[in-house]
Design a protein. Structure first.
Length: 211
């Protein structure tokens, strides 16, 4: 299903520097002759981007199950329309969030259960699994402060999920770390408290067997 491409996902709570790492990683890989594309979740294709607007809108009431289903629907469309064709072409995809986000946010954060959310996403993705996942780990208080600083800098209001409190994001971080402990070969934990250049070095070390 994946062809000869590599699917590299980047995970972590908001404010850990996922976008910064993804951009730096794309530049590094491209400079070294790797055909790589950067995509985000939810989003990446038009249908999924429209679902993103819905699920992040703070003016809307979205129940936990509906939230999990919306993320899975956006993911299903991204997999079918973009991920599979790109991976089959032999290119790498750097993906900002994937199934692990739903396991952490909806499975644990919303209390739906990791197994139930995993089953839903197995159907949504057709079983597509990342070759490697880079988990940016950072104290939730620092991550939230960083996210707030970024939003203030661009005049952006917090979205529906970003309005959750520190306790919610502490649960998410612990959920991520539990997932990493269960799959240490796929999920590599990076110290996001370090400078961006050092985080990139950690990421490259985590991908060394593919390079």
């Amino acid at each position: 299903m994946k062809g000869s491409g590599r699917l590299i996902t980047i995970e972590g709570v908001d404010g850990t520097g996922k976008t910064t790492l993804a951009t730096a990683l794309l530049e590094h890989l491209t400079r070294h002759g790797v055909d790589a594309r950067l995509m985000r979740e939810p989003g990446g294709v038009e249908t999924s981007e429209r679902i993103r607007e819905l699920v992040k809108d703070p003016a809307l009431t979205v129940g936990a199950r509906a939230e999990a289903l919306l993320y899975a629907a956006a993911r299903a469309q991204l997999v079918e329309q973009a991920l599979v064709p790109v991976l089959e072409s032999g290119a790498w995809v750097l993906l900002d969030r994937f199934v692990d986000s739903s396991l952490a946010y909806q499975g644990v954060g919303r209390g739906l259960g990791v197994d139930a959310v995993r089953e839903l996403n197995l159907f949504a993705t057709g079983g597509l699994t990342p070759d490697r996942t880079l988990l940016l780990s950072l104290d939730p208080e620092i991550a939230l402060a960083r996210a707030s600083e970024r939003q203030n800098a661009v005049g952006e209001a917090p979205d529906r999920l970003e309005r959750e409190g520190q306790e919610f994001f502490a649960r998410i971080r612990e959920a991520y770390l539990s997932l990493a402990a269960a799959e240490p070969n796929r999920l590599r934990v990076l110290d996001a408290s370090q400078a961006p250049s050092a985080v990139l070095d950690q990421a490259l070390a985590a991908l060394a067997d593919f390079l």
